[in-house]
Design a protein around this ligand. Sequence first.
Ligand code: UDP
Length: 235
Amino acid sequence: MKKLELVYEGKAKKVYKTDDPDLLIVDYKDDATAFNGEKRGIISGKGSVNNRMTNHFMRLLAAAGIPNHYVEELSDRETLVKRVTIFPLEVIIRNIAAGSFSKRYGLKEGTVFRKPTLEFSYKNDALGDPLINASHIFAMNLAVPEELALIREYSFKINDLLKSTLMECGITLVDFKLEFGKAPDGTIILADEISPDTCRFWDTKTGEKLDKDRFRQDLGNVEGAYQEMARRLLG
Ligand code: UDP
């Protein structure tokens, strides 16, 4: 499958057309941004880790009954995916308080929740991806109730699957962000990436952060953390 014209360039990925109108090629970059693009940098090797880790999770999730956009890994950084129309929503699942949740509710980072939480943000860089609730989503016609119910159901199931897989590698899944899309035939499928850029991973034994927080918080050894996650998960 050949890369044709660039259709989209985001902060961490480029997306290309192919000669099949229903398929796209995603090309993962080493560029990193945080705080809505205010902080920028390069994390060498990140594109390859994020591509391979995302594909590993997508294959696992597909086998467990979560439809997703993965088709085929083409190279270290490139993957063939199904074209979908992305819902302009970020779905955030949390098992442990961290990041914006800790800040918003004054809850100490590391507080373990009685049950996993789910929240939505409205994907809009100019507005800084504000929190949005179901009632707002229906009012703005961003999704209909049946679609949102399925997105919730999939998201909690994905949490269970990722949590147990990561636990076997000595990693605690703190929180993560998902994006869903609608395929041309109307089915709702998981899209985007599942990587240290979009999840918080803590070493279960030492509590060491093995994700993008090392970049956000200038903790050092950012590249090493991405490589360590790849080693644990992909061998
Ligand atoms: N996240 C993401 N993209 C975003 C916002 C959040 O991938 O635009 C991920 C983030 O890496 C973390 C989880 O979603 O794993 C929860 O992030 P949080 O709301 O705590 O925001 P942050 O602290 O990253 O601002």
